[in-house]
Design a protein around this ligand. Structure first.
Ligand code: COA
Length: 332
């Protein structure tokens, strides 16, 4: 019997309308357009405005588009996983809020909290439910409202992040395509470089935690930068090596959109030509769980059945890894 693999059979995405430009950031912190572009490659990012709207708002939009594009009855969805560090609430899982809103009445769901690697962790987790033959339709959402945990007086972080999200549908295939391989790693020793201190069980919210701005992202950028390049390139190269792939065999590298300089350095180390690197960081910044599905969403029309795609991510935790996908459809 042929091996069952999980194929990505559709992509949906959503970014909010409001555009926060580098020029507007210049009015908020001591920074400038030239510095931001040259140090990060980011020109603008999207911000979700409005009272009472959280990450699920964007996840619901992305999943509804995905269901429509793939002509999928939401009642057929078996599982919905949401990767996010900005859930609507600590509990219940944002996955369940999304599933209920889109009518996935027969699904179960849970959130994956692995920062910027959350989407690839979720993708490989979801693929296992398909490969075992247990489930037929699994949705993986990656979405974050980073503006809800960013301190807009900290110029070292507020320039980097934005809001947005995407979703993919996984379905079984017996062809040699879909999620072909993956390799993940985490190292809790990296926690000190990138974290949000308060709001969890260790430091619940108090007036003091709020006054000390401990409910927003803390990052030692230079250290994170170094680990990101080394670990993304190492794991993506390992996945390529064990599948006998060279840079020439790869149609696209889909890196987590953290900083254009990180992406350039990662691609260089891996021997992947710059024109094969999916990039949308200049328009969206770092949307954490959202960057990879948003790249697939933006580039979907250029993807061809059989394309070898290497996805690579690195994030807080530290978390990192790579997924090898053979694209399963032509979108035109
Ligand atoms: C944050 C980041 C852009 C900073 O760039 P960098 O080249 O490392 O810059 P440094 O932190 O060394 O700072 C250089 C100088 O620029 C200043 N600076 C920092 N942010 C600035 C800003 N927005 N505008 C102007 N100057 C800024 C610093 O204060 C520092 O000044 P100093 O030399 O007088 O102290 C970069 O480190 C980065 O992208 N790191 C990884 C972030 C990331 O990917 N996080 C998500 C993980 S997935």
């Amino acid at each position: 019997m042929a091996k069952i693999r999980a194929a990505i059979t559709g992509v949906g995405g959503y970014v909010p309308d409001y555009i926060l430009t580098n020029k507007e950031l210049e009015t908020m912190v001591d920074t400038n357009d030239d510095w931001i572009i040259s140090r990060t490659g980011i020109k603008e990012r999207r911000i979700l405005k409005g009272e009472g709207v959280g990450t699920s708002f964007m996840g619901i939009k992305a999943v509804n588009e995905l269901l429509e594009k793939t002509n999928t009855d939401p009642a057929e969805i078996d599982l919905l996983i949401c990767s996010t560090v900005t859930p609507d609430m600590v509990f219940p899982a944002t996955a369940n809020v999304i599933a209920a809103a889109v009518g996935a009445v027969n699904a179960f769901g849970f959130d994956v909290e692995a920062a910027c690697s959350g989407f690839i962790y979720s993708l490989s987790t979801g693929s296992q439910f398909i490969e075992t033959g247990k489930y037929k339709k699994v949705i993986i959402v990656g979405a974050d409202k980073m503006s809800s945990i960013i301190d807009y007086s900290d110029r070292t972080t507020c320039i980097l992040f934005g809001d947005g999200g995407g979703a993919v549908l996984l379905e079984p295939t017996e062809e040699e395509e879909g999620i072909m391989d993956f390799m993940h790693k985490s190292d809790g020793n990296g926690a000190e470089y990138l974290f949000m201190k308060a709001g969890g069980s260790r430091y619940p919210a108090t007036h003091e935690t709020i006054d000390n701005k401990e409910h927003s992202v803390y990052q030692e950028g230079a250290a994170v930068f170094k680990f990101a390049v080394t670990n993304m390139a190492e794991y993506a190269s390992k996945v390529m090596d064990r599948n006998n792939l060279t840079g020439d065999d790869i149609a696209w590298l889909v890196p987590h959109q953290a900083n254009k300089r990180i992406l350039d350095a990662t691609a260089r180390r891996m021997g992947i030509a710059p024109e094969k690197v999916m990039l949308n960081i200049e328009r969206y910044g770092n949307t954490t769980g959202g960057t990879i599905p948003l790249c697939l969403w933006d580039f979907e029309s250029r993807l061809k059945k059989g394309d070898n795609i290497i996805i690579a991510a690195f994030g807080g935790g530290f978390t990192w890894g790579s997924v090898y996908v053979k694209w399963a459809y032509d979108s035109n």
